[in-house]
Write a protein that binds this ligand. Structure first.
Ligand code: CA
Ligand code: CA
Ligand code: CA
Length: 262
């Protein structure tokens, strides 16, 4: 192996870090260390719903009124221009995730499965169920009800998206309170429900999860206040470090609880 001076310096810096962290002795025998993601700074205890959630985008199930709410924030942790609330519930079949997006101008034109929905307004869920910081699944839903689902390999700064991966059992629904793509009036917002099938998240510690299981998860929204041609504004549950949402070190932590919301 030939290393440039810059690479050697980088390696030395990493080794110093590992020595400081007390990790080097263990990693020498094992070869190159696979670094675990940094600890989560956001935690959510997801409780059980007493009845299945009908994923039609209407957040009218009583269970949604009883669970803890998440406010998405911008990269610096501050409030976004337009607020987004998210919530999570589960049962033996699904992890349910709701988004409530305030939005005075709802803009969306893409309708096809697995289209690049992230170039327009969208809400996204990233799930790293085995918490390895390298492999995770991504779901997106836009105001027109289009779905994007993909499997990510994110290793050593190289990211591969496997769009051919589909969640066969997923259910989702959207409600728009306003008029799509009409900047002349003022909309109220849009809501989304995901029912993410636990059987499709095969990398979790248990299927279905057991109380105490923890997954790394992040929730995101892209808003484009000006609509077509405008700047994208990204917000997250657990703030990202840079321009990308593909930042598994920054995913939050969801802990499954057997407690039923009441
Ligand atoms: Ca519903
Ligand atoms: Ca909007
Ligand atoms: Ca797909």
């Amino acid at each position: 192996m030939h290393l440039s001076l810059k690479e050697e310096n980088a390696l030395t810096g990493k080794m110093l870090y590992l020595i400081a962290a007390g990790l080097l002795s263990a990693s020498i025998a094992a070869g190159p260390a696979v670094s675990a993601p940094a600890p989560a700074t956001r935690h959510y205890v997801v409780k059980r719903t007493p009845a299945p959630i009908f994923a039609d985008g209407k957040l009218d199930e009583p269970a949604w009124q009883k669970c803890a709410r998440i406010d998405l924030v911008n990269k610096s942790g501050g409030p976004p221009e337009q607020a987004t609330t998210a919530m999570m519930l589960w049962d033996d079949r699904y992890l349910y995730i709701a988004f409530d997006c305030w939005d005075t101008h709802i803009w969306s034109t893409l309708t096809q499965h697995d289209e690049a929905l992230y170039n327009e307004e969208v809400v996204e869920v990233f799930i790293d169920a085995d918490s390895d910081g390298e492999t995770y699944v991504e779901f997106e839903v836009n105001p027109l009800g289009a779905l994007f689902d993909g499997y990510l390999l994110n290793r050593s700064g190289k990211r591969d998206l496997i769009l051919a991966w589909n969640s066969e059992l997923i259910r989702w629904g959207v409600q728009v309170n306003g008029t799509l793509n009409d900047p002349a009036d003022t909309d109220v917002g849009w809501t989304v429900e995901y029912a993410i099938p636990l059987a499709d998240i095969a990398t979790g510690p248990h299927t279905p999860p057991q109380a105490g299981d923890k997954w790394r998860v992040n929730l995101y929204r892209i808003d484009v206040p000006q609509g077509k041609g405008g700047a994208l504004q990204g917000t997250a549950w657990s703030p990202v470090s840079g321009r990308t949402f593909h930042d598994p070190d920054r995913f939050g932590e969801v802990e499954f609880s057997d407690e039923v919301v009441k």
